[in-house]
Design a binder for this molecule. Structure first.
Ligand code: C5P
Length: 270
């Protein structure tokens, strides 16, 4: 997997300062937890829980970097489909992952454009077919291994918001801040339906509900890195809540998100 960065963070850099009594430290002092490494806020959850939008807005508010790990799995699924690779062939898909070039263009409140092997694949990647292909290849341990270092390389100062299924359990188990965001299956399907409609894609609601439920079942029941909350994650149900409300709840997890000064950035390796 080759990674090329887009146009830099582009994030609003609010200044940040840790409070003395964090709301979610669960026995760890977040100030010391981030002393050696950039802080990470992991946001895991099922499809349609609002993770993507919430994560981008939270990253923007904090002035942190953002990792959309699902986009990496979607991009590999798409690249494998372009090469007509059998998605059940774990070795072939992992090899495809290793040679696929992915680039995100820009970080900010909006959805970044995603380029796969030089093609703008932003629109295609959002389709439910890309989600299903991603879910199929994501069950292969070889493919997950091929993406592990890449995902961890996103951890940079001033901090990272990482969105996915296993961010808090496997990729960043030492993250000082973890959220598991969910919503009822009906509400998740309604949101995805609205999102796709706004993008001019017409799909049946019942079909979408069925696909989302099947994808979640596959993600939650796979042997490797299944979808599940980390033991130390804050569980949030966004059913019936606005995006703004959920963003505020998630921001409250990062104790210095409303303060003025950032945690001291150490000198030396990150
Ligand atoms: O989050 P998104 O819907 O874009 O993810 C697409 C699929 O990629 C998920 O259904 C899941 O199977 C897989 N995925 C994963 N681990 C992640 C992110 C996504 O297995 N960290």
């Amino acid at each position: 997997m080759h990674w090329r960065e887009g146009s830099g963070s582009g994030c609003d850099s609010r200044r940040l300062r840790p409070r003395m009594s964090p709301s979610t430290s669960r026995g760890r002092d977040p100030a010391s937890a981030v002393a050696a490494k950039a802080p990470v806020l992991t946001i895991d959850g099922p499809s349609g829980s609002g993770k993507g939008t919430v994560s981008r807005l939270v990253a923007h508010a904090l002035g942190w970097h953002y990792l959309d790990s699902g986009a990496l799995y979607r991009a590999v699924g798409l690249a494998a489909a372009w090469e007509q690779i059998d998605l059940s062939d774990a070795e072939a898909v992992a090899a495809c992952a290793a040679r696929t070039a992915i680039r995100f263009d820009g970080e900010g409140e909006g959805e970044p454009r995603v380029w796969v092997n030089g093609k703008d694949a932003t629109h295609q990647l959002r389709m439910e077919t890309a989600g299903a292909a991603a879910s199929a290849i994501a069950a292969h341990p070889q493919v997950r291994a091929a993406l592990t270092d890449l995902q961890r390389s996103f951890r940079r100062f001033p901090g990272l918001v990482a969105d996915g299924r296993d961010m808090g359990t496997v990729i960043f188990p030492d993250a000082p801040f973890k959220v598991f965001l969910t919503a009822s299956a009906g509400e998740r399907a309604r949101r995805r339906h609205k999102q796709l409609k706004e993008k001019g894609v017409s799909v049946s609601f019942d079909g979408l509900l069925h696909e989302i439920t099947a994808r979640d079942e596959r993600d939650a029941s796979r042997a490797v890195a299944p979808l599940k909350p980390a033991d130390d994650a804050l569980f949030l149900d966004s059913t019936g809540r606005s995006i703004g409300e959920v963003v505020q709840q998630v921001l409250a997890v990062v104790p210095w998100s409303s303060a003025e000064d950032p945690p001291a950035r150490p000198s030396g390796p990150r």
